[in-house]
Ligand binder design. Structure first.
Ligand code: SAM
Ligand code: SF4
Length: 353
């Protein structure tokens, strides 16, 4: 195995892996619609230290560790993905920071030749302690979830979270240089629509952050709740404009699902992620690796390719690479939310949002 990614013994243990071919070259992969697949989002764990109402049921059970990829398995599959043209990686979950050994895993990922961008989406609770070590290990940026500035509402949405911990995490991330800071807020009707959005948007007046408002997507057993409490981006924007006046369009990177705007004179920007009402499937070059080692081709479709089972059964580098390449080729064009179809087999935390 490539010595650059060998880890010390981790809480996830070690297994024997097939050797990497010497000097493998990266070859770009396109799906059947011509979209280049270059972005891998990896769920480090399905477990979490919160239970946000829009993400999972309160009585959620998590997978046993033996069903999740070990560090070495994960690194091996990432190297295959990089050999197929992945350059950008985002770590997510569940809550990625609760994975034992996360700093060492980040260091190993950052050292894989070909990984150009390594970011994380986190609830921020553990960043106070982890931001600096993660930055030193090679993490470049973080997106931090914060759905309201009101401590009681925050507790209600997350079911027990303490907002002060998130603030400490945001501050630590900024000090560690994990910038630009992006804050994610999923808007849930009767939980944090209206004034909560206005208060979050106000943060951009004096901070060079991007505050992103996300339309809630439906998944699995809480799909009915999610569908009945969704707020459209158009409505969010209108409510914010009632307070601050017309938003200006900010420059737009078309591969980013967030459409950015600016309150006049603000340092930072506002983003709207409109997966439900204005899907951005045309520019989507993402695939996901679930914590249990499945290549998930679209967030909102159940199509998956199992990689961990064949890896554990001794499949070769070439076999796994072919499975990954063929899976990516068959990435579905888009989701079926407008037709009333949504992903049934997993909750958001089990996919890696
Ligand atoms: N625990 C981390 C966090 O909350 O940032 C990372 C995992 S979380 C599943 C990733 C992102 O998905 C977060 O920004 C979260 O707000 C968002 N999310 C969770 N459930 C969602 C849903 N039903 N619709 C839209 N976004 C959702
Ligand atoms: Fe945990 Fe993130 Fe899901 Fe909230 S959104 S329950 S923090 S995984």
């Amino acid at each position: 195995m490539n010595s650059q990614v060998l880890l010390h013994t981790t809480p996830y243990g070690k297994i024997a892996l097939p050797p990497l071919p010497a000097g493998f070259a990266s070859e770009p992969v396109f799906d059947s619609y011509g979209r280049r697949i270059s972005y891998l989002r990896i769920s480090l764990t399905d477990a979490c230290n919160l239970r946000c109402v829009y993400c999972m049921p309160e009585q959620m059970t998590f997978r046993p560790r033996s069903e999740l990829m070990s560090d070495e398995e994960l690194l091996y599959l990432v190297q295959i993905a990089v050999s197929l043209g992945v350059t950008k990686i985002r770590l997510t979950g569940g809550e990625p920071t609760i994975r034992p050994g996360v700093v060492e895993l980040v260091r190993a990922l950052a050292n894989i030749p070909g990984v150009q961008d390594l970011a994380m989406t986190t609830n921020g609770l553990l960043l106070d302690k982890l931001a600096q070590p993660l930055a030193e290990a090679g993490l470049k940026r973080v997106n931090i979830s914060i759905d309201t500035l009101d401590a009681q509402k925050f507790r209600r949405i997350t079911r027990w979270g303490a907002i002060e911990e998130v603030w400490k995490g945001i501050k630590a991330a900024e000090e560690a240089g994990l910038t630009p800071i992006k804050l994610n807020a999923v808007v849930v009707r009767h939980f944090n629509d209206g004034q909560d959005m206005v208060d979050l948007a106000r943060l951009t007046l004096e901070n060079n952050w991007e505050v992103r408002f996300i339309e809630m997507m439906p998944f699995g057993e809480i799909g009915d709740f999610q569908q009945s409490h969704v707020v459209s981006s158009a409505e969010m924007k209108k409510q914010i404009e009632q307070q601050f006046g017309p938003l200006e369009e900010a420059s737009y990177d078309y591969v980013d699902p967030s459409r950015p705007f600016r309150i006049q004179g603000a340092l930072g920007t506002l983003g709207f992620i409109s997966s439900v009402t204005e899907p951005f499937c045309q520019g989507c070059g993402r695939v996901r690796l679930t914590a249990d080692g499945k290549l998930r081709l679209c967030l909102l479709r159940d199509d998956e390719v199992d990689l961990l089972t064949p890896l554990r059964a001794g499949a070769s580098w070439e076999t796994l690479r072919n499975r990954m390449r063929e899976g990516a080729y068959h990435k579905p064009w888009g989701h079926g939310l407008a037709e009333g179809h949504f992903a049934e087999n997993r909750a958001m935390n089990q996919i890696g949002g």
